[in-house]
Design a protein around this ligand. Structure first.
Ligand code: SF4
Length: 292
């Protein structure tokens, strides 16, 4: 069933702080799904733990809220049970790049056909402001009162190095661009990472709207082509102050390519989704004997 925007709304009271960047992400993903015209009954959203995770209550669709850091293994399980479903994962930077980091490169190298949207606010917001894996060096937080001495993870470079077939970054204040990138990520056949520069103006006073407005520029408005892995890696290392190509923060699609997906290479799935295959001819006696 195709949906209209208002059908994706829920009556649940929204508890995000006023002005939180999560609002823009919620708006963009809803509009992306509506504009793609995909059957909402065949879409599953998987949310982790963090402020972003409240989205499970704010979107009227199939949502699955999982324990901290486990968006990707649950998404893998859903895809294995029914690979015809469209699976969209939402994680925070702590969820995806901290406790969930063990899953991140492996989901990527498998080229699981799913989209992972990371609400990257560079701080642990839900737990009131601790340093996170993408917090910038020098960042002052409750747990780094003298400034963060660790280097931040670069999720774009890491995804490219892990063999990702679709890697993008967006800033939701560029709303039309964000919706467009979300749509392309969902339509991509394979693993699509979209790292979102999400403002948490309650606990991250450095990386706010003005910070990103001044520094971001849109890759699709330059002559950049996202089809060269080495160039994509070079572009992923760019993080400048001027908002210009070569000295700004690029947003858009860094890299994409077609590769066989994980699901396509599993013989058991060639006869259709496991969830729809008949059980009558399956003999588990040998398996049962091994465990008896
Ligand atoms: Fe958003 Fe930060 Fe408030 Fe969480 S703490 S709802 S991330 S502004």
């Amino acid at each position: 069933m195709k949906v209209e925007l208002k059908q994706l709304q829920t009556p649940v009271k929204n508890l995000w702080c006023p002005g939180c960047g999560d609002f823009g992400i919620l708006t963009a993903i809803k509009r992306a799904v509506v504009e793609l015209g995909i059957d909402i009954e065949n879409v599953v959203f998987v949310m982790g733990i963090g402020c972003h995770g409240k989205m499970a209550n704010y979107i009227n669709a199939n949502t699955f809220k999982v324990i901290h850091g486990r968006v990707l293994p649950v998404a893998l399980g859903i895809k294995m049970a029914n690979h015809k479903l469209t699976v969209i994962g939402h994680s925070g930077d702590g969820d995806a790049y901290g406790i969930g980091m063990g899953h991140f490169p492996h989901a990527i190298r498998r080229n699981l056909d799913m989209t992972l949207i990371v609400h990257d606010n560079m701080v642990y917001g839900l737990t009131t402001g601790q340093v996170a894996p993408t917090s910038q060096k020098g960042y002052v937080s409750k747990t780094t009162p003298y400034g963060n001495i660790e280097n931040p993870i670069n999720p774009i470079a890491l995804a490219i190095a892990s063999g990702a077939t679709f890697v993008a970054r967006v800033f939701p204040s560029h709303l039309a661009h964000t919706i467009n990138v979300f749509k392309q990520a969902i339509q991509h056949r394979g693993f699509a990472l979209v790292d979102v520069l999400q403002v948490c103006h309650t606990f991250n006073k450095v990386n706010d709207y003005n910070y990103y407005k001044k520094r971001t520029y849109i890759l699709e408005e330059t002559d950049y082509q996202p089809n060269d892995r080495v160039e994509a890696f070079r572009k992923a290392l760019e993080w400048g102050d001027e908002g210009t190509p070569g000295n700004g923060i690029p947003v858009g699609i860094f890299y994409k390519e077609d590769q066989p997906t994980f699901e396509e290479q599993i013989p058991a799935l060639r006869n259709g989704p496991l969830a729809q295959q008949p059980l009558e001819n399956i003999n588990i006696d040998m398996l049962a004997e091994n465990f008896s």
